[in-house]
Design a protein around this ligand. Structure first.
Ligand SMILES: [Zn+2]
Length: 346
């Protein structure tokens, strides 16, 4: 029944106005991916939804008013929020469109117009904490969308899966004491931003609803698949999500210029397949991806294309111009054992 519904996406060229020459998180990331999707022809089989800007009310469910004022002020001055995080004149509006675009894709899924979706947005969001932008992120798109689903659609429990190579510290902060939003993170550790130890499991009523898998550099397809099978799946089944959001960062690829993990493009596709199966099993397939990092332009574009092919079922083909990782990958059995123990799985 649900298989006949389309996959939704949002893409707004205004997001390209958030740009700084020479910065790794620049407009070429999204523009290049969009070109590949147009060349491929997949867009005609998907449902396009408009990227409405997130309202103050929607942003304030996650962020402080002071943070909103800081971002607006930085945009007026074209100033950085920190050494990594630029704010161009149109960046505040672009960030609102990123968060709001993701909410619109979530809305399409929760109102039954789409089976699943992917928000093709930037700036990314998962490092933005309730009161601070950092790590290329201004507003926390995925956190705003989780609260949107709860507040405007009555969704009780949201699972956020973050496979970006960097720990999603902002998302963790937003829900650290909240048992209704389960945040699962795989990331290189120690690495930017420094958080995400397996001992960070949540606080108070949220204890157990934060799950961190801190991988050493060099873990590849096998380690990620094991983390999903041995940690994510049993914890997600126990939690029973009504919606799954994915902070999709493609910077854990072996050729990414910013990080040191060894996922391949087919390895990413395997994770997407696991997430689709999990969504089918737990929440009628309600699965929405949002773009986070990924700084090798070709890897990023092809991972987005493959994910859309998988979500929509239009093609089984995995497009991989980069090929397998040339180096042996590291195992992560000890990390997974720690995480499983910390969450009562063994
Ligand atoms: Zn990242």
């Amino acid at each position: 029944m649900t298989a006949t519904l389309p996959t939704a996406y949002c893409y707004d060229p205004f997001n390209l106005r958030h740009h700084l020459d020479g910065h790794p998180e620049n407009r070429q990331r999204l523009a290049g991916a969009w070109r590949l999707l147009e060349e491929d022809g997949i867009l005609s089989s998907l449902l396009a939804v408009p990227s409405l800007p997130a309202s103050d009310e929607q942003l304030l469910r996650v962020h402080t008013r002071r943070h909103l004022e800081n971002v607006a002020r930085a945009a007026a001055l074209e100033a950085h929020l920190d050494a990594d995080t630029y704010v161009a004149r149109d960046s505040e509006q672009a960030a609102r469109l990123a968060a709001g675009g993701l909410c619109q894709v979530v809305d399409a899924v929760l109102t039954g117009r789409a089976r699943n979706g992917f928000a093709l947005v930037r700036p990314p969001g998962h490092h933005a904490t309730p009161d601070r932008g950092m790590g290329f992120c201004l507003y926390n798109n995925v956190a705003v969308a989780a609260r949107f689903a709860q507040a405007e659609h009555g969704v009780a429990r949201v699972l956020i899966v973050d496979f970006d190579v960097h720990h999603g510290n902002g998302t963790q902060d937003a829900f650290y004491s909240d048992p209704t939003v389960l945040v699962f993170n795989t990331h290189q550790y120690p690495f930017y931003p420094g958080t995400g130890h397996w001992r960070e499991i949540g606080h108070g009523p949220g204890a157990g609803a934060t799950v961190n898998v801190p991988f050493p550099a060099g873990v590849g397809d096998e380690g990620y698949a094991e983390a999903f099978d041995q940690v994510l799946l049993p914890i997600a089944r126990r939690f029973g999500p009504e919606l799954i959001l994915v902070s999709a960062g493609f910077d854990a690829h072996w050729n990414d210029p910013l990080a040191g993990m060894q996922l391949t493009i087919p390895g990413y596709a395997d994770l997407v397949e696991r997430l689709m199966a999990l969504a089918d099993e737990t929440c009628d397939g309600r699965l929405v991806f949002t773009l986070e990092g990924g700084y090798h332009l070709q890897v990023l574009a092809h991972c987005i294309l493959n994910t859309l092919r998988q979500l929509s079922g239009v093609s089984d083909a995995i497009s991989d111009p980069l090929g397998p990782c040339p180096w042996p990958s590291r195992r992560a059995d000890d990390v997974l054992a720690h995480v499983r123990r910390a969450h009562g799985l063994s």
